[in-house]
Design a protein around this ligand. Structure first.
Ligand SMILES: Nc1ncnc2c1ncn2[C@@H]1O[C@H](COP(=O)(O)OP(=O)(O)OP(=O)(O)O)[C@@H](O)[C@H]1O
Ligand SMILES: [Mg+2]
Length: 299
C-alpha cells in the first residue's frame, strides 16, 4: 500500500546560480548556469516523498503573487497534492538566492516573504487521515504545533526537521514531535556549546521523543533513542558531491516515508542517508529505484 505523508512548512522559489568560486565581497560574479525551482525544506521533502513512491500532501502558505503561483504549479507538476497550499491574500512568497561553487558547496540567502499571519487554525486536519507520518520544518511554528498535536492525537509519527531557527521556536516545537533530526546548525541553537550526546539527550527527554538525531553531511548521522547510553551512528554513503543543496531536506522526506512505511528507525536512517547522498551527488532528488540500488551497494 502506498504510504501517505503530510508535509507542513516552507515552500519558496529557489534561484540557483552555478559559479566556479563564490568570492568574498566586494565582488562581482558571473554564473555559468541559472535554474529557478521549488525550494524550502518542507517542499523539497514533499517532492522527495513522491519520487520515493509515497503520496505527499503539502500544507502551507505562499503569497498570491506570481512567485506563489510558480511554486504551486511546480509542486503540482511534481505530483505533490497542493489542494491545501494556501495562497495568502496580500502576502509575498518567500525566495532564496542559492550560489553553488564547483565543489558543490553553497551560500544561500533566504528571504522569508512577508504578509503571512501566524494563524494555523485553517489547516485542514482531515488531511492527516490515513497518513503514516507528518513532517514539519520550524519555519511556521504555529503550523508545526497544530500538525504535531493532531498527529499525536491520531497516533501518527511526527517528524521534525531541526534546521537552524530562532532558539525559542526550536524550544517550543521540538518537544511536540516524535522524531527530531537536527542539522548541525540547528543542534547548536538547541543546545549551544554542548556535546552532541548531551544535546541529543536533552532533545530526547524534552518530548519525550522516540528519536533525536543530527545529520553531518558527508560524515554521518548521529542518533539516540530512549534507553541508549551512547550515540549510535549511521554512516553517510560516499559520493562525489556536486551540489549539496537540499540534501538535508531530501534526507528528512525520505526518513518520513520510511517511517510511514513502518521501517525501523535504523533502517529508515539508512534509507534517508542513501537518498541524501544521491541528492548531494546529482543535485537532483533521486527516485526509489536509485535509492534501492544505493542501499544494495551498486552505484
Ligand atoms: N556530501 C555528501 N555525501 C554523502 N551524503 C551526504 C552529503 N551531503 C549530505 N549527505 C546526506 O544527507 C544528510 C543531510 O545532509 P546535511 O547534514 O548536509 O544537511 P543540512 O545541514 O540540513 O543541509 P541542507 O538542509 O541545507 O541540505 C547527511 O546526513 C547525509 O546522509
Ligand atoms: Mg537542512
Amino acid at each position: 500500500m502506498t504510504a501517505r505523508v503530510v508535509f507542513c512548512g516552507q515552500a519558496l522559489l529557489d534561484h540557483s546560480f552555478f559559479l566556479d568560486e563564490i568570492d568574498a565581497p566586494p565582488s562581482k560574479m558571473t554564473a555559468r548556469r541559472y535554474t529557478p525551482g521549488v525550494g524550502g525544506m518542507g517542499a523539497h521533502a514533499a517532492i522527495a516523498a513522491v519520487r520515493l513512491g509515497a503520496q505527499a500532501v503539502f500544507l502551507g502558505r505562499v503569497g498570491d503573487d506570481a512567485n506563489g503561483e510558480a511554486v504551486r504549479d511546480a509542486l503540482h507538476a511534481e505530483g505533490v497534492d497542493v489542494t491545501h497550499l494556501r495562497r495568502m491574500p496580500g502576502a509575498r512568497t518567500a525566495l532564496s538566492a542559492v550560489m553553488i561553487d564547483k565543489r558543490g558547496e553553497r551560500a544561500i540567502v533566504t528571504w522569508r516573504g512577508e504578509g503571512f499571519s501566524p494563524d494555523a487554525e485553517w489547516l485542514p486536519l482531515e488531511a492527516l487521515d490515513g497518513a503514516g507520518a507528518v513532517l514539519s520544518d520550524p519555519r511556521w511554528p504555529e503550523g508545526a504545533a497544530r500538525i504535531f498535536a493532531a498527529a499525536r492525537a491520531r497516533g501518527i509519527a511526527a517528524v521534525m526537521d531541526g534546521e537552524k531557527s530562532e532558539a525559542r521556536l526550536l524550544m517550543d516545537v521540538v518537544p511536540r514531535a516524535d522524531h527530531v533530526i537536527f542539522a548541525e546548525r540547528g543542534l547548536s541553537v538547541w543546545a549551544p556549546a554542548t556535546q552532541t550526546l548531551a544535546a541529543l539527550r536533552r532533545a530526547l527527554e524534552s518530548g519525550p521523543l522516540r528519536l533525536a538525531a543530527v545529520t553531518r553531511g558527508e560524515r554521518s548521522t548521529l542518533w539516540l533513542t530512549p534507553g541508549d547510553t551512547a550515540l549510535r551512528e549511521t554512516p553517510s554513503f560516499p559520493v562525489d558531491a556536486h551540489n549539496t543543496t537540499g540534501a538535508g531536506d531530501v534526507f528528512h522526506g525520505a526518513y518520513a516515508v520510511a517511517v510511514a512505511e513502518g521501517q525501523p528507525i535504523a533502517d529508515a536512517l539508512r534509507f534517508a542517508a542513501a537518498a541524501g547522498a544521491l541528492r548531494a551527488r546529482d543535485g537532483e532528488t533521486p527516485n526509489r529505484a536509485m535509492v534501492d540500488a544505493m542501499l544494495a551497494g551498486s552505484p
